[in-house]
Design a protein around this ligand. Structure first.
Ligand SMILES: Cc1ncc(C[n+]2csc(CCOP(=O)(O)OP(=O)(O)O)c2C)c(N)n1
Ligand SMILES: [Mg+2]
Length: 287
C-alpha cells in the first residue's frame, strides 16, 4: 500500500448485516417508486457490496472521489445500479435524497451507472461484458503509475455469456495483475431464465477460471465473514488475478422474489412493497 491514508475502519459483522438490511430496503424503496429497475439483481449483490465498501476492504474518500490512489469498484452488471447507488449514498458520495429520483428524467441516478454524472461511479456500465476489461485497464495503469490501489469488478453469471469477459480473463492472467479481483454474482439466473438453461455450458465455472490462470475462491455470497475473508485472501495473492465465486440468491431477503427471474426488471405492487419492507426489517429476518 503506497498511500499514507488509512483504510476505512472495519465494522463488526453485526453492523455490516444491519447496513446490508438498510440498503436492501432502500433498493426496494427506489425501484418501487420508480416502477422499474432491477431489485432482485441488486439484492443478490448487496452483501458483497456492503463488505467491499464498509468491511474495511476498499480505500476511498467520498470527499475526493478522484483521489488517484483510491481503490476502484466497477459494477459490470450495471443493471444492479440501485444496489450501487444505495452503497455510494451510504458511503457519503452524494445525498441519500437523490435515491428517490431513480430513473427520473434529468436525474444523475440513472437506470444504469453513468460515471460522468455521479460521484463514486467508476465506469459507465449496463451494456454487459465490458467491466472486466475496464477494470483490467485500471489495474495495469495503477501498476505502471506505481500506485498501490486495487480494482474490484463485479460480473454476473448471465453476463459471463459475453465473450469479452473471457478476453479480459485471458489478458489479465497474461499480465499477472494481482491488483485485480473479479467477483462473480453467481445467482444462477439471468434475465429470461436459469443460467443452466440459457447457457448450460457455463458450467463447470471454477475450473474455467482456473484454466484461465486465475486464483479462484468460492464463498457463500451472503455470508459477510466469508466474503471479507475471501477479499483479504485476494490481497495476498501474487502474480495473478483472483476471482471470487460468490454463490448468491437473486432477490435475497424477499422470499417471494428469491430465484424468480420474472422479477428481473419488474416493479412490485404496493402490497408486495409493504410485505418486502416488513421482511427486510432486521428483527423479523434471520439469514
Ligand atoms: C450486451 C447486453 N446484452 C443484453 C443485455 C440485457 N440484459 C440486461 S440484464 C441481463 C441478464 C444478466 O444476467 P446476470 O448477469 O446473471 O445478472 P443478474 O441480474 O442475475 O444479477 C441481460 C441479458 C444487456 N444489458 N447488455
Ligand atoms: Mg445472474
Amino acid at each position: 500500500m503506497t498511500s499514507s491514508e488509512p483504510r476505512k475502519m472495519a465494522r463488526s459483522l453485526a453492523e455490516l448485516r444491519e447496513i446490508s438490511w438498510r440498503l436492501s430496503r432502500e433498493i426496494i424503496e427506489m425501484t418501487t417508486k420508480a416502477e422499474s429497475g432491477h431489485p432482485s439483481s441488486s439484492l443478490s449483490a448487496i452483501d458483497v457490496l456492503t463488505a467491499l465498501y464498509f468491511g474495511g476492504v476498499m480505500r476511498y474518500d467520498p470527499g475526493k472521489p478522484a483521489w488517484p490512489e483510491r481503490d476502484r469498484f466497477i459494477l459490470s452488471k450495471g443493471h444492479a445500479a440501485p444496489g450501487l447507488y444505495a452503497v455510494l449514498a451510504e458511503a457519503g458520495f452524494f445525498d441519500r435524497q437523490l435515491l428517490g429520483t431513480l430513473r427520473q428524467i434529468g436525474s444523475p441516478v440513472e437506470g444504469h451507472p453513468n460515471a460522468r454524472r455521479l460521484a463514486g461511479v467508476e465506469a459507465s456500465t449496463g451494456s454487459l461484458g465490458q467491466g472486466l476489461s475496464i477494470g483490467l485497464g485500471h489495474a495495469l495503469a495503477g501498476r505502471m503509475d506505481g500506485l498501490g490501489y486495487r480494482v474490484y469488478v463485479m460480473i454476473g453469471d448471465g453476463e459471463s455469456d459475453e465473450g469479452q469477459v473471457w478476453e479480459a480473463a485471458m489478458s489479465a492472467a497474461k499480465y499477472g495483475v494481482s491488483n485485480l479481483t473479479a467477483i462473480l454474482d453467481y445467482n444462477q439466473y439471468q434475465q429470461t431464465g436459469p443460467v443452466s438453461e440459457v447457457m448450460p455450458s457455463l458450467e463447470p465455472i471454477a475450473p474455467k477460471w482456473q484454466a484461465f490462470g486465475w486464483h479462484t475462491i468460492g464463498v457463500d455470497g451472503h455470508n459477510l465473514r466469508q466474503i471479507c475473508d475471501a477479499l483479504d485472501e485476494a490481497e495476498t495473492v501474487k502474480g495473478r488475478p483472483t476471482v471470487i465465486l460468490a454463490e448468491t440468491v437473486k432477490g435475497k431477503g424477499v422470499p417471494f422474489m428469491e430465484g424468480q427471474f420474472q422479477f428481473h426488471n419488474a416493479p412490485i405492487s404496493q402490497a408486495q412493497w409493504v410485505e418486502a419492507m416488513r421482511l427486510l426489517a432486521p428483527e423479523e429476518v434471520t439469514r
